[in-house]
Design a binder for this molecule. Structure first.
Ligand code: COA
Length: 165
C-alpha cells in the first residue's frame, strides 16, 4: 500500500545500552515512521540487568525521539513483530564477524515470517569495537565507561556493580 506508515522493530538484549545501540536507534528513527526498540530474551545470555531495568535505561535515554517506543517481549521476534504490525526488523552490523550470525537470524526470520524484511545498518566507524560485554567488563574492572554509554547508564552500571560487591 503506497504511502502506508512503516513500523520497524529493533530487537536486542541491550544488557547495557551503548552509544553503538543509540546510533542505530537514532538513524533507524529517521528511516521509519515508527520504531519499536524491544528488549528480548536471548536464551544464550544471562543478563546482568532485568528486562525492566533494560527497558528503563532505554526509555530514559531516547525520550526525545517522538517516534520511538520501548517494549519488552518474550518468545519469537517475528511473532512479536507481527503482533505490533512491524514489517521491518532492524539490526546493526559492526564487523564481518557479525555477518554470519546476523545472516542466519535474518534467513530464519524470513522463513518464519516471509512478509518481514530484515534491514541492516552499519555501525558508525567509531563504534565498531563496542559490545555490551566489553563495556560491562571494563566497568567491573574499574575502567572509565563514560565514552561508551550515556552518563545515566554508566551510573546505573556503577550502582549495580556496587550492590553486587
Ligand atoms: N553498537 C554496539 N554494540 C552492538 C551494536 C552496535 N551497533 N550492534 C550489536 N552490538 C553488540 C551488543 O552490545 C551485543 O553485545 P554482547 O554480545 O556483548 O551482549 C551484541 O552486539 C549483539 O547483541 P544484540 O544486538 O543485543 O543482539 P543479541 O544477539 O543479543 O540478540 C536477538 C539477538 C535478541 C535479536 C535474538 O536472539 C532474538 O531474536 N531473540 C528472540 C527469540 C527468537 O526469535 N529467536 C529466533 C531468532 S532467528
Amino acid at each position: 500500500m503506497e504511502g502506508a506508515a512503516v513500523t520497524a522493530l529493533y530487537p536486542g538484549t541491550f544488557d547495557i545500552l551503548t552509544h553503538g545501540h543509540l546510533d542505530i536507534i537514532r538513524r533507524a528513527a529517521t528511516l521509519f515512521d515508527r520504531l519499536i526498540v524491544c528488549v528480548a530474551q536471548n536464551e544464550a545470555k544471562q543478563p546482568l540487568f532485568s528486562p525492566d531495568e533494560r527497558v528503563q535505561m532505554l526509555r530514559d535515554t531516547v525520550s526525545e525521539l517522538p517516534n520511538v517506543e520501548i517494549m519488552a517481549f518474550e518468545g519469537l521476534t517475528t511473532a512479536f513483530a507481527q503482533s505490533v504490525g512491524a514489517s521491518v526488523i532492524v539490526r546493526g552490523l559492526r564487523a564481518v564477524s557479525d555477518f554470519e550470525y546476523e545472516l542466519m537470524m535474518a534467513l530464519m526470520n524470513r522463513q518464519l515470517a516471509p512478509g518481514i524484511e530484515t534491514v541492516f545498518l552499519t555501525a558508525s566507524s567509531d563504534q565498531i569495537f563496542l559490545s555490551s560485554t566489553l563495556v560491562r567488563e571494563v566497568g567491573r574492572l574499574g575502567g572509565d565507561i563514560e565514552s561508551f554509554v550515556p552518563r545515566p547508564v554508566a551510573e546505573v552500571l556503577r550502582r549495580k556493580l556496587a550492590a553486587q560487591a
